[in-house]
Write a protein that binds this ligand. Structure first.
Ligand code: S3P
Length: 214
């Protein structure tokens, strides 16, 4: 999805009329995945098309901490950032209306976050080719974990460590490389509607499980 992502404001409405019917989502749609896989861009577009609210856990952490992520890492360390991230996830369990939630790439590294993600709703893992990730991630210097001597090697290392965790966390994986933003948005919203329609029937799946946000 390189081109579509480069144009972050690409028109996500065209060709996704069917996905727009997703306004009736039963629970949250949660996007997980490595840094620079397009979670925020896809999340915003899904929220616009589905006409529901968008929330980004990184932005929520920054808002509640009153400082930017690099400053949190620098002054308080990664562990403190992770605690704030988990607190944001817990807070979202209280949200009454469905949202599209984009998460930080490291959210799956904290074991207690995995059941929280599941309780929030339908979890979609956005993955991309390693080269795409390195290229996109190098455009910004706002990711403390990639400020290393060899960011490409760091990406490779972290991807190897984290891919099994995203796999565990997610209900669905979408590899975005080669897809347009429209296609990804449609895939996320239609799959979510399908998932919720299956799990909301009595006796099927986890629709009425503990922690449902309603
Ligand atoms: C992180 C990813 C970042 C942000 C923080 C740590 C990670 O979010 O939460 O810099 O550990 O992968 P994005 O995935 O939105 O870049």
């Amino acid at each position: 999805m390189t081109d579509a992502l480069s144009q972050a404001t690409a028109d996500a409405e065209t060709g996704v009329a069917a996905a727009a019917r997703s306004a009736g989502l039963a629970r949250h749609v949660v996007l997980v995945g490595f840094m620079a896989t397009g979670k925020t861009t896809v999340g915003r577009a899904c929220a616009r098309v589905g006409r529901i609210r968008f929330v980004d856990t990184d932005a929520e952490v920054e808002r509640t901490a009153g400082k930017r992520i690099p400053a949190i890492f620098e002054s308080e360390g990664e562990a403190a950032f992770r605690k704030k991230e988990t607190a944001v996830l817990r807070g979202l369990l209280e949200a009454r209306n469905p949202r599209v939630i984009a998460t930080g790439g490291g959210i799956v590294t904290i074991e207690e976050n995995l059941p929280l993600l599941k309780r929030l709703g339908f979890v979609v893992w956005l993955d991309a080719d390693q080269d795409d990730i390195v290229r996109r991630a190098s455009r910004k210097r706002n990711r403390p974990l990639l400020l290393t001597k060899n960011p490409a090697a760091t990406v490779a290392e972290l991807l190897e460590e984290r891919r099994p965790l995203y796999e565990r966390a997610a209900d669905l994986k979408i590899t975005t490389t080669g897809l347009t933003l429209d296609e990804v948005v449609t895939g996320v919203l239609e799959s979510a509607r399908y998932h919720f329609s299956c799990t909301s029937r009595p006796g099927v799946g986890g629709g009425g499980s503990e922690g449902e946000v309603g």
